[in-house]
Structure formats: structure tokens, C-alpha cells
Design a protein around this ligand. Structure first.
Ligand code: UDP
Ligand code: MN
Length: 270
């Protein structure tokens, strides 16, 4: 079955969706997001970047936050952004925090359905792992293992959990944690939640990063998936979906969007 086109206002009133991006991706990665799933969650979605951009601010209704973190792919810069995402979330009254990368497609009604299944009063860490084993690190000369949700697949945290994280990793302290364990932002989040707070990740396999082959996701199950991704490196990894041609739609997100929501305005004249 296909979703009826969801109405922005009714869906996801409880969620704050953050898209991590960087100046050099504004014109390459964001236009397809803004044309597709962002239209279904305009009020809930905010872009966290590192560069001022009047045009982006205009096309997103001002939903851009310049984190003032450095515009590099360094661990510090990425932990800095994640840290600001979490801090800004706490300033809102939203019940759920969901983070995605700027190469993710978010299936808005599916995300809404997922969050309805959990009570945000509880501590929830919902996401997908990408490693076959938990991560092992040495902390204070003790070996410890923990799982983490891959940031590039998207993950969600309940407000109760983010409140518990705040004394440990709030207010920029996630950067210090990243420095201490020498690991990226998503791993640092997992370390805080699983290792320090002893709250376990709930595995939700419907989040997808480009670490998995996208073509393996079956068409008849597209509507149940929460996120999709792509990578256009030497060996392209994209969702297998008919629709627009590869030149018009290299990421396949336009075609995916029209598959899920054939009545969306950008899909009517194809
Ligand atoms: N990113 C960033 N600053 C950078 C490089 C990347 O904030 O200098 C963000 C980017 O916008 C994306 C995420 O980090 O949301 C992952 O980047 P990318 O997809 O390029 O690399 P990957 O880690 O997936 O190979
Ligand atoms: Mn990526």
C-alpha cells in the first residue's frame, strides 16, 4: 500500500529532526532533501551547519543553525555539531530527538509510526548498528564494550534520555568525551548512553546508512523503512527504484519520494 500524503501539522509534532550538514554540501546535498522529505516535516526539521547561507535560510523557512563548529570532517568538528544539536533540542519542548546526515532520506510517516510505539518518558536510544560486534575500548585500563547507533543511518533519543546525558555530555562536553576516547560523534553518543549511563541501544533495522548496499532494500518494504541513504563515490550505492533518470536523480531520492508519495507536487508531472 502507499501512504496518503501526510499533512505536516498532524505528523511528528513531538519530534525535533536535526540534519547535520556543512557549507560545501549546501548546494550539492540539500536541494534534494528540501524538494522531498523536508516538505513533509518542515516545522520539525532543522539544518545544523557551519557556514552562514542566506539562500538556505530562505528556502527552509529559517530552519538553519550555524553551530560555529569548524567546517572540517575532524572528530572535534563533528562532535561539536552533535553537541549543539543536542543542546538546541533541550531548549525545545519536543519529546524526541532524531539525528540524520545530509545524505539521508527520512520517511516521515514511518518515523512518526516508530515514535508512537515508545513512551518518551522512558530512556530510549533507537538506531541501527553497523559493526558485527560491540566496540571495545580501554577506559581507565579496563576493557569495556558498547554498541552505538550509526549516525549516518539516523537515530532517535527520547527527551528523558537526553536529559540524563546533559550533565555528562551537554553544553559542549561531548567534544571532551570524543577527545578522551578518540572516537567520532556517533560513537561518543553510544559511549555516553551505553557505557556511562548503562542504557541499551534498541536496535531498529529500518534505519539505513550507505554502509549497507541500498539496492538490497526491497520495494515492497520501502514504506516501512525509516531512512535511506546513498553514496556516489567510485562505486555508486543507491536505492533501486524506478522513476526519474540517473541524470535528473542521481541520489534516487526524487524517485523514492514519488514512489512513496505519488501525489506529492514534485511527482505529479513525470
Ligand atoms: N560533515 C560535516 N563536516 C565536514 C564533512 C562532513 O559536518 O567537514 C557531515 C556531512 O554533512 C554529513 C556527515 O558529516 O552529514 C557525514 O559526511 P559524509 O557523508 O560526507 O561522509 P561519510 O562519513 O558518510 O563517509
Ligand atoms: Mn555519508
Amino acid at each position: 500500500f502507499q501512504h496518503i500524503l501526510p499533512v505536516d501539522d498532524d505528523l511528528l509534532e513531538k519530534v525535533f529532526i536535526t540534519v547535520k550538514t556543512t557549507g560545501r554540501n549546501h548546494l550539492t546535498r540539500l536541494p534534494v532533501i528540501i524538494r522531498t522529505w523536508f516538505q513533509l516535516a518542515k516545522k520539525q526539521t532543522w539544518f545544523f551547519t557551519d557556514t552562514n547561507d542566506q539562500h538556505l535560510s530562505q528556502v527552509t523557512g529559517g530552519h538553519v543553525i550555524n553551530t560555529n563548529c569548524s567546517a572540517t570532517h575532524s572528530r572535534r568538528a563533528l562532535c561539536c555539531k552533535m553537541s549543539v544539536e543536542l543542546d538546541v533540542f533541550l531548549e525545545t519542548k519536543k519529546k524526541w530527538f532524531c539525528h540524520v546526515d545530509d545524505d539521508n532520506y527520512v520517511n516521515v510517516p514511518a518515523l512518526d509510526e516508530l515514535l508512537k510505539m515508545y513512551n518518551p518518558i522512558g530512556d530510549w536510544y533507537l538506531g541501527r548498528t553497523s559493526t558485527p560486534k560491540p566496540l571495545q575500548i580501554r577506559a581507565k585500563s579496563q576493557k569495556t564494550t558498547f554498541w552505538f547507533a550509526t549516525g549516518g543511518a539516523g537515530f532517535c533519543l527520547s527527551r528523558a534520555l537526553v536529559l540524563k546525558m546533559a550533565p555528562i555530555s551537554g553544553n559542549g562536553k561531548l567534544m571532551a568525551i570524543g577527545d578522551r576516547i578518540g572516537l567520532p560523534d556517533d560513537v561518543s553518543v553510544g559511549y555516553v548512553i551505553e557505557h556511562l549511563l548503562k542504557i541499551q541501544l534498541t536496535r531498529v533495522e529500518q534505519f539505513h546508512s550507505h554502509l549497507e548496499p541500498m539496492r538490497l532494500i526491497k520495494k515492497d518494504l520501502f514504506n516501512e523503512q525509516l531512512t535511506f541513504s546513498y553514496s556516489l563515490d567510485n562505486e555508486p550505492n543507491t536505492v533501486d527504484v524506478d522513476g526519474f533518470n540517473e541524470i535528473t536523480d542521481p541520489t534516487r531520492f526524487l524517485s523514492l519520494h514519488c514512489f512513496l508519495f505519488p501525489e506529492a507536487s514534485s511527482c505529479v508531472e513525470k
